[in-house]
Design a protein around this ligand. Sequence first.
Ligand code: PLP
Length: 397
Amino acid sequence: ASLFGAIEMAPRDPILGITEAFNADTNPAKINLGVGVYYDDQGKVPLLACVQKAEAKLMEQPAPRTYLPIDGLAAYDKAVQELVFGADSAVIQEKRAITVQALGGTGALKIGADFLKRFLPHADVYISDPSWENHRALFESAGFTVHNYAYYDAATRGVNFDGMLAALKAMPAGSIVVLHACCHNPTGADLSQEQWDQVIAAVQAGGLVPFLDMAYQGFANGIDEDGAVVRRFAATGMPLLVSNSFSKSFSLYGERVGALSIVATSGEEAARVLSQLKRVVRTNYSNPPTHGGKVVATVLSTPELRKLWEEELAGMRVRIREMRGAMVEKLKAKAPGHDFEFVRRQVGMFSYSGLTKEQVGKLRDESIYAVDTGRICVAALNSTNIDRVVDAVAKVL
Ligand code: PLP
């Protein structure tokens, strides 16, 4: 018998499956709202001008491709840390925060998960219900048992905050709780500032280990506004893990640029944490790639490029908001009696539209692709395709 004869076919990735079906569709008017990628109004994935300028600058003095340190490019780690915690943050000044370049947000979560498993082998992990589809599998693959905490309220299309708070209060001390820092994926429903205050108090009182996942900094209300949650957690002095990603905010999906930051209680403790985190990296992929990290570090540390990036990111944020508004207004006209105002309240790239699996199936017959859960990528709407989407949605309601 063959060595691999008994291996079963793994289940298909539900989201990549949509893309496969979309690619196979020969209708020229097909629309893919199933993706997790920002498209511009022309329906293209943007190559940001700040990135092109940084690349041109780097090419003026082409550098040899030596290995980076295990924890990545020092200039990148520093720039990311200041972006995530704020340049004047006490955790930076007191050297209590360490930051390690990682392979996108996914890579940051994975090295964080592997690190936690070594030092908290008996803790369980809690993720929101629902959550980014890879959270559960990722923490399970690190050896954890993963549970859900209440999050989405289908009735209000917002957050079931009482349920969430009760779940946090019921978690055993030492549990790891994964929180979306902003732009919750897949629902688009975020907590208010007052709700975050209560979450922070519950996490602290319960002795929980917060792991903030920030894949969309700058897509809700602004770079600093979206990072404020991280800063408020950091200000409490409790231990904290933060994964962040530049896949979306720099439109650098394929370069795999992200980072993991950990806040410890002293500089000396942070140094020990870093030494152990480096072991995790070393045994996984040794050290991160150079190009994306150099581009991001160059943009963040060059004032004109940084300004340009902030403008380009604001452009993406504003365009998404415009599409939300347009969808609400157009549906008001096309589907009177249905309230879609929640689409405007939701933030980030996604909206839990409330469409059922059956309705999503009917949209597919019109060559419009969404996730079975009703998640649509608002960042894939544009001035050319929105009317067709709204008409089709109105028809299936
Ligand atoms: N975390 C969340 C909540 C995400 O939505 C994503 C990407 O979609 C990631 C992490 C992973 O980011 P990356 O593509 O940089 O690995």
